[in-house]
Design a protein around this ligand. Structure first.
Ligand SMILES: [Fe+2]
Length: 168
């Protein structure tokens, strides 16, 4: 018995469903966006048949949209990369679905294997490249949807005006 409070729940709370929060249809927090990406990653039937590989330009496909957010599927053949860029005013979650991608950012370089996730805030500058010998597939959620992707010059400090790829 908790003597600090007079409030007690009598009986089984599951018997009073009006006291429980209804599950949200769309993600609204960083954890929920990361969870959405993990659930898509775990269900290959949602994306595997859609993946194409294009050696001439990086392939991307808008997998779904929701209120204020977009989910993109990208493929990377060996050697393909995004170039240094930021994501305008969008936040994002990058999740590797297949293969290994290398992320270069101000704090160093990291290898992202299948299942790895990176969450970034507006203004985050990075470069993503497939340095491996096998193709890679990644999932990108942007909130709000990506409207610009300013390219940067190395070492990831100064924006330039040249247009860049649509998503990364
Ligand atoms: Fe990016």
């Amino acid at each position: 018995m908790n003597s600090d409070s007079d409030l007690q729940i009598a009986g089984d709370i599951l018997e009073v469903p009006h006291l429980l929060q209804a599950p949200r249809e769309h993600p609204a927090t960083v954890a929920e966006f990361a969870g959405l990406a993990r659930s898509i990653a775990a269900d290959r039937s949602q994306w595997e048949h859609l993946v194409r590989y294009d050696a001439t330009s990086r392939w991307y496909h808008r997998l779904r949209t929701g209120p204020g957010y977009e989910v993109w599927l990208l493929s990377w053949v060996p050697g393909q990369g995004s170039g240094p860029h930021d994501h305008g005013r969008s936040s994002g979650v990058l999740t590797v679905l297949d293969g290994t991608l290398t992320e270069r950012a101000g704090r160093g370089t990291r290898a992202l294997t299948a299942g790895a996730q990176r969450v970034f805030a507006p203004g985050y500058v990075h470069e993503v490249v497939n340095d491996a010998l096998e193709p890679a597939v990644s999932l990108h959620i942007y909130y709000p949807g990506l409207t610009e992707m300013p390219m940067h010059t190395r070492p990831h400090c100064e924006a330039r005006t040249a247009p860049g790829p649509v998503t990364a």
